[in-house]
Design a protein around this ligand. Structure first.
Ligand SMILES: [Zn+2]
Length: 317
C-alpha cells in the first residue's frame, strides 16, 4: 500500500454535531465537514447523516480511502460494530457499523471518543514520542484514554481509563455514575461553576458575580486578573486533579500525561500548579519519568482521533 496516496476518514459523533475529517496518513486534515447530529430523530437518521458526511468527504477518492473510524460518546462493542450505550444520543445497542455497511464499502471501526482522542494525540499531537501515555479530556465531564507500549489499552470490558470516576473525596458530591466524590464532580467545568455560584450566593467579593452566563473560562480569566475567589476555585480544582493524576502515575508509570478539553486551555495558570502538586504527590521514581502537557489537537481531536483508530486497527499506526 502506498501510504502517501491513501486517506482515512475520522468521524466525531457527538450529541449535537457530527464532525468529519478526511485525513492523510500523517494526520494532516485534507478537508472537514460538520452537520447537526439530529439525535432526537433516532439512530436510522443519524446513520444516514454519517453516510452523508463520509460521501461529501470522499468525493472521487473512493478506492484511496483505507477506512473510516467513528468516535462515539459512550461504550462501543468492537466485535459487532454496535454502540452498547451512549447516553448523549439516548442509544442502547445500536448496530451502527452494520447499518452503515450497505452504503460505505471500506473497513469501518468504532471507538470510545476519549480513547480515540488519546490515539489522535499519539498519532500526530502531543503524544507523538510517547510510549506509555494517558490522555484526559476535561469538559462537562472527564474522559480518559490509556496507551501502553504504543497501543490503546481498552481493558477487559472496554472501560479502561475512566479516570473521571476515580474517587478523590470520600462522601463528596454526587456523580452521574451513582458514586460520590468522583474526580469529575470536583474538577470538570460544572464543578468550577458550582463553586463560583456558592461564593456568589455567600456574598463574597468576586468579579464573577457580574458575569452573565458564567462559563469555566470566566473563572480562569478572573483568576488571571487576581480574583481571590477564582484563584481559590482553581486551587481546589488542581488539588483534586493532582490526586487523580498521581494515582494514575503510581499505577501506570507513564512517560506522558496529556490534558485536553476546554478547561485545559487555561494554560500555565492550570498546568504550573497541577505539575507541582501532582509530582509532589506521586512516587519519586514515577514522578521523574512523567511529563504533564496540554493536548495539541484542539477542536479537531475527536475527528483526528477517530482517523487514528483506523490506522491502529489496520496495524499502520
Ligand atoms: Zn462517577
Amino acid at each position: 500500500m502506498n501510504m502517501a496516496e491513501k486517506y482515512v476518514i475520522g468521524i466525531d459523533l457527538g450529541g449535537t454535531n457530527i464532525k468529519g475529517a478526511l485525513l492523510g496518513f500523517q494526520g494532516n486534515i485534507i478537508e472537514k465537514y460538520e452537520i447537526a447530529t439530529l439525535a432526537n430523530a433516532g439512530p436510522e437518521v443519524v446513520a444516514n447523516r454519517i453516510v452523508q458526511v463520509a460521501k461529501i468527504l470522499i468525493k472521487d477518492l473512493g478506492d484511496r480511502v483505507a477506512g473510516l473510524g467513528i468516535g462515539v460518546p459512550g461504550q462501543p462493542d468492537q466485535s459487532t460494530g454496535s454502540v452498547i450505550f451512549a447516553p448523549n444520543l439516548r442509544w442502547r445497542n445500536v448496530p451502527l457499523i452494520p447499518m452503515l455497511k450497505p452504503s460505505l464499502g471500506f473497513p469501518m471501526f468504532l471507538e470510545n471518543d476519549a480513547n480515540a482522542a488519546a490515539l489522535g494525540e499519539k498519532w500526530c499531537g502531543a503524544g507523538r514520542d510517547a510510549v506509555n501515555m494517558v490522555a484526559i479530556t476535561i469538559g462537562t465531564g472527564i474522559g480518559g484514554g490509556v496507551i501502553i507500549n504504543g497501543r490503546l489499552y481498552r481493558g477487559s470490558s472496554g472501560s479502561a481509563g475512566e479516570i473521571g470516576h476515580t474517587v478523590v473525596l470520600p462522601d463528596g458530591p454526587q456523580c452521574n455514575c451513582g458514586n460520590r466524590g468522583c474526580l469529575e464532580t470536583l474538577t470538570a467545568a460544572p464543578a468550577l461553576l458550582r463553586q463560583a455560584q456558592i461564593a456568589i450566593d455567600r456574598g463574597r467579593t468576586t468579579s464573577l458575580a457580574t458575569v452573565e452566563n458564567l462559563a469555566a473560562r470566566d473563572v480562569f480569566k478572573a483568576a488571571e486578573n487576581g480574583d481571590g475567589v477564582a484563584l481559590e476555585i482553581i486551587g481546589e480544582m488542581t488539588h483534586y486533579l493532582s490526586l487523580g493524576l498521581a494515582n494514575l502515575i503510581n499505577i501506570l508509570n507513564p512517560d506522558l500525561i496529556v490534558v485536553g478539553g476546554g478547561v485545559s486551555r487555561a494554560g500555565e495558570l492550570l498546568f504550573r500548579p497541577l505539575r507541582e502538586k501532582t509530582l509532589a504527590c506521586a512516587l519519586p521514581s514515577a514522578a521523574q519519568a512523567v511529563k504533564i502537557v496540554p493536548a495539541q489537537l484542539g477542536n479537531d481531536a475527536g475527528s483526528i482521533g477517530a482517523g487514528a483508530v483506523v490506522l491502529q486497527e489496520l496495524d499502520l499506526l
